[in-house]
Design a protein around this ligand. Sequence first.
Ligand SMILES: [Zn+2]
Ligand SMILES: [Zn+2]
Length: 378
Amino acid sequence: MTAVDLHTYTRIRRELHQIPEAGFQEFKTQQYLLDYISTLPQEHLEVKTWRTGILVLVHGTAPQRRFGYRADMDGLPITEDTGLEFKSQHPGYMHACGHDLHMTIGLGILTHFAKQRMTDDLLLIFQPAEEGPGGALPMLESEEFKAWKPDQMVGLHIAPEYPVGTIATRPGILFANTSELFIELTGMGGHAAYPHKANDMVVAGCQLVGQLQTIVSRNIDPLDAAVITVGKVEGGTKQNIIAETARLEGTIRTLSADTMKLIKSRIEALIHGVETGFECRADINYGSNYLQVWNEASLTGEFMQWLDERPGVELIECTEAMTGEDFGYFLEHIPGFMFWLGVDTPYGLHHAKLQPDEGAIGVAIETVTSYLTWKSQQ
Ligand SMILES: [Zn+2]
Ligand SMILES: [Zn+2]
C-alpha cells in the first residue's frame, strides 16, 4: 500500500461515516459507491444494483472460478458521541458497527483488481440491511445475485478488542445463531385500587422476564451455550392505573440451530402458561433471524496457514462469539469464511463512542488482495 492510497481510503471512510442510513434506505451510500466505482477503469467491470445494494463483477484474465467479497452498508439508530470532526451528519444514525470501514475496504479491493486483474473473476458485493431486517437472504434469492453467484466467499468484520495488524478467525462456527424476540401481553386495565377487577400486565410481564431466565439455566445442556436477553420492558401508562398491556423486547443467541429451536419452543410453552395463569393474551414475534456464520474448515485452515506464514499480520485463532451476522446465509450456500479485523478501540460494536483505528483499512485491503491473488494462482 502506498501512502497516497491510505490517504484516499481514509477520506472515503470518513465521507461514508458521515452518511449512515437505515437498512434498505442506503440511498446516499449507494450513490456514493456508484460514483466512486464509475471513476475506475471500466473495461472489465460490470455493475448491477439490487435494491440499495450493488454487485460489481471484475472479469478475470482467464477465469475458472469466481471469488466473492461482501461488505455490508447500513448504519444503526444510535446518536454518535465520538466528537469527531467527521461525525455522522444524519441525526440519530451512526456507523457504529464499522460498516463504513467494510465498504471502504471493499472499494480498495475492487480498485486493486480493476487495475490489476487476477486470473479468476471477482464479485464485489455491497449488501444492504445487515443490522435488520436482513439483506443477505433476499439478495441471495435475487436473480441479479444468482446470475453472478461466486464459488467462494470472503467477509470480514471489525473487532474493537484486537490491535491493528491482527486478524482473528477459526474453522467452524464464528458467529452465533440469533433471533429477535418481541412479546406483547394484553390483559385488562383498571383503577390501581381495584386490582381484582383488572388483569395487570406489569405483573404478568415481570413474571415472564423471570421465567425466561430459567430456559438457559434449566433446559440447555451446560456444555452447550445460549443467551436470552430481555433488553427492553414497556408497560402501563401512569402510576395509579393498572397496565392493560406490556411489551418485552429481547434477543436469543445460540451456537446451534437445534438449540435455537429448543429455546423457541420453551418460550412458547412459558408464554402459554402466562396466558392461562393471568387470563391474558400473549403475542410473540421473532423479528429478524440470522443463521450462524459457519467457516468452511479446509478453506479457513488454508487461509490461516497462509496468513501465519506472512510477515506483518498477526493471526489469532479466536473462540466463537455470540454476535450475529447475516453473512451466515452466504456461507450456507457458498463455501468460504469470515474473519475479525483488529481496529483497537476501547468501545464495543454498537457503542456511540466506537472509534475504529483507520490503520486497519490498509491491513485488510493488503491481506485480502494478496490472499485472493495467491488463491487465484493455486
Ligand atoms: Zn452490528
Ligand atoms: Zn456489523
